[in-house]
Ligand binder design. Structure first.
Ligand SMILES: Cc1cc2nc3c(=O)[nH]c(=O)nc-3n(C[C@H](O)[C@H](O)[C@H](O)COP(=O)(O)OP(=O)(O)OC[C@H]3O[C@@H](n4cnc5c(N)ncnc54)[C@H](O)[C@@H]3O)c2cc1C
Length: 378
């Protein structure tokens, strides 16, 4: 099997520290957080102290100035450990990069150090009750009023929605222009007119606070605009490949975790006088999962290299997200089957992985949207 050659010693050291953090501070408490529907703030503080927040953001803004591989490792380790409640990858590798890449010096200095210390947890608000896949249909408006924007609208399915202190809100600044009239605006949760709705009851990712958010005449200064007015769609298109690669990375990590757990379970469990593993059906199913895991890993690692070179294009990222999330869905289902009835019990990690994995074919752009993107390049 080809060994992974994209990581150096410093990455391996970081991986060990993430693994230790998850084993000590996350895994033992995850069951409770699943019942609570949210990860406590204290864990974010501990993650900050352990140096796990904003690894890829410049040192001058409170980050560690490291490369994307550190973010990738964090996402992978969260995937291996099935710590699905942690919205840290979104905070680190999706929200913060928008502020660093396009935000004013003032926004960067104000918010990135606070995000690194967990004083400010971030969220990104694209989806609305009426539109998700088609972001051109966003209805939330940001009307100019002197030095301010007045924001009105509703967002839903927002990760970190209950914990978030700052949100990047996708809003129409010029509704007549469609996508070309879209802007990204940073909104603090302390603004008058902002309120949180329900922490949504999901079939998986139980410990993640996925929420409705409301904006009613929320006045924010124009200095909260991220980048240029009406350029929001361009920024989204530039950043979405990174988000999709993170989804693919998470998917491949969970495939590897499912495989490992299933091999070990089937080597213990017996039926008809044999280990479940010894049935040819089991070996063939697991061989397929293994083949997909190995082939997928090579492609996804290549995507990491492309991203490091600023060359990960929208089509390649869509291919990675589509392929990895579809493989993940099938692999986790096949693995669960080999656990028999125990696979259906939430106390078995494979059961959670099954329900947690389902969303990967839907969020960050559904499989159908990935196919649309790919087919545009045919
Ligand atoms: C747990 C969770 C966390 C999330 N986190 C966030 C977040 O942090 N921030 C955020 O903004 N959003 C978030 N989302 C929202 C997520 O990105 C959207 O749910 C997703 O983009 C799909 O949008 P939709 O739900 O409106 O489905 P729709 O757009 O209504 O799609 C319904 C179905 O139609 C298909 N479809 C749509 N258009 C086409 C087409 N042209 N051709 C063929 N098929 C099509 C879709 O693939 C899907 O199968 C999250 C969602 C969940 C469930």
């Amino acid at each position: 099997m080809p060994s992974r050659n994209i990581f150096d010693t410093e990455h391996q050291i970081f991986r060990e520290s993430v693994r230790k953090f998850l084993a000590e501070e996350v895994t033992p408490f995850h069951d409770q957080w699943e019942k609570d529907g949210v990860v406590p703030r204290e864990v974010w503080n501990k993650a900050a102290k352990a140096g796990l927040l904003l690894p890829t953001i410049s040192v001058q803004y409170g980050g560690s100035g490291a490369d994307f591989r550190f973010g990738a490792i964090l996402t992978e380790e969260i995937g291996y450990s099935s710590s699905s409640g942690l919205g840290i990858p979104l905070h680190n590798d999706i929200v913060a990069p928008y502020i660093e890449a396009y935000g004013s010096e003032e926004l960067k200095r104000n918010w990135l150090p606070k995000m690194a210390s967990a004083e400010a947890i971030g969220a990104i608000c694209m989806t609305e009750p009426g539109t998700g896949s088609d972001l051109q249909g966003v209805k939330t408006s940001a009307q100019e009023d002197g030095d301010h924007f007045i924001i009105n609208g509703q967002k839903t399915f927002i990760t970190n929605g209950q914990n978030a202190d700052i949100m990047i809100v996708v809003a129409k600044t010029d509704p007549k222009k469609g996508a070309r009239g879209t802007s990204l605006i940073l909104v603090e949760s302390t603004r008058e007119g902002f309120s949180r709705g329900r922490n949504l009851d999901k079939i998986g990712l139980k410990a993640q606070d996925t929420s409705e958010l409301f904006f009613q005449d929320v006045r924010v200064p124009k200095s909260n605009l991220i980048g240029e007015v009406n350029q929001g769609f361009v920024y989204l298109m530039e950043q979405l490949p990174r988000e999709r690669l993170l989804s693919a990375l998470r998917a491949m990590a969970t495939v590897e975790a499912a495989l490992e757990w299933t091999v070990s379970y089937t080597k213990e469990r017996e039926a008809f006088g044999s280990k479940i593993f010894d049935f040819q059906n089991t070996k063939f199913k697991l061989a397929e999962v293994r083949a997909n895991a190995v082939v997928g890993r090579v492609f996804i690692d290549r995507c990491i290299e492309l991203l490091l070179d600023n060359n990960l294009d929208i089509e390649t990222a869509a291919i990675a997200k589509l392929w990895a999330s579809e493989v993940q869905g099938k692999a986790v289902d096949e693995c669960l089957q080999l656990f028999g009835g125990y696979g259906y019990m939430r106390e078995f990690p494979i059961a959670r992985l099954f329900t947690d994995a389902r969303i990967n074919r839907i969020y960050a752009g559904s499989s159908e949207v990935m196919k649309l993107i790919i087919s545009r390049h045919l």
